[in-house]
Design a protein around this ligand. Structure first.
Ligand code: PHE
Ligand code: CO
Length: 276
């Protein structure tokens, strides 16, 4: 995900290259970190069959990276064959322009460090578990992979137009917290929920949050909270819907949206269509 700033972040940004990438330094992970990774994977893997979308389940089964923190170069060989994406190791959150530039070139930045054991249930900044477990499986899906690259290109444009806040909401409500309709009911495809032990069952099964049919302009008006479960999720029909809705030039959308007030995270509008 994108970050506003690289100040006061916990990663080590001192030895990075100009594009913010670093070596993964896989040999430096400790046995305790691999053990923590296994526990995180085991908890999520038990939830995935019931709550994740088919594309995520399928990728996870073929990849099977539950035994230890994966080597990025090994997954890159498989990704290159599947969709031409690569993952690159980074110290943590990146400045928006750097992040968008990587996505636009089909490179997904993955944080190298793993959370501490006491952060098993909750972590504020994305770590290697969120970035890898949550995001990498869908990079194997051709339709989603194309959407994410287009998003990166759109990000570079939004940056020039001063519209990053609106476009970041789209990333939040799709790539991080998106839900999708399936024959088995509503399922999760967003990485922020797929990597969360608490929010994955909640977003699909709880009666509390709003689940609203995907609507591009509605999403780009909607605020979000980064430190609680979401109050609202948006539901797509399939990844093609996402790709097609976001294909037009957003320049006139940004101009129109600038005249509206943002919608608070929990609000349901009379024009919303509820999903499920
Ligand atoms: N079509 C968008 C634009 O012109 C780019 C974009 C694509 C944004 C996909 C988000 C997702 O800005
Ligand atoms: Co993320």
């Amino acid at each position: 995900m994108t970050g506003e700033t690289t100040h006061n972040l916990r990663g080590d940004y001192s030895g990075m290259r100009p594009d913010y990438t670093v070596e993964q330094a896989w040999a430096a992970y400790s046995p305790a970190e691999h053990e923590l990774w296994r526990r995180l994977c085991a908890r999520q893997a038990a939830l995935v069959p019931q709550f994740a979308c088919r594309e995520f389940i399928d990728s996870l089964a073929t990849l099977d990276f539950s035994a230890a923190i994966p080597r990025f170069d090994e997954v890159n060989a498989k990704l290159a064959r599947a969709t031409g994406w690569q993952i690159v190791a980074v110290p943590g959150l990146l400045p928006d322009r750097v992040f968008f530039g990587h996505l636009a070139s089909r490179r997904f930045p993955v944080t190298v460090w793993l959370r501490k054991p006491e952060e098993f249930d909750y972590i504020v900044e994305p770590d290697v578990f969120h970035d890898f477990f949550g995001h990498v499986p869908l990079l194997f899906d051709p339709a989603f992979a194309d959407y994410l690259q287009a998003y990166g290109q759109g990000g570079l444009k939004a940056d020039r137009l001063g519209a990053i806040e609106m476009l970041s909401r789209l990333y939040w409500y799709t790539v991080e917290f998106g839900l999708i309709e399936t024959l088995a009911g509503i399922r999760a495809y967003g990485a922020g929920i797929l990597s969360s032990g608490g929010e994955l069952p909640y977003c699909v099964g709880s009666g509390e949050p709003n689940r609203i049919r995907f609507d591009l302009l509605r999403i780009m008006r909607t605020r979000y909270k980064i430190d609680t479960f979401q109050e609202t999720y948006f539901v797509i029909r399939d990844f093609r819907e996402l790709f097609e809705a976001t294909e037009p030039d957003f320049t006139p959308y940004y101009e129109a949206l600038a005249r509206f007030d943002p919608v608070p995270a929990g609000t349901v509008l009379p024009t919303d269509r509820l999903a499920g």
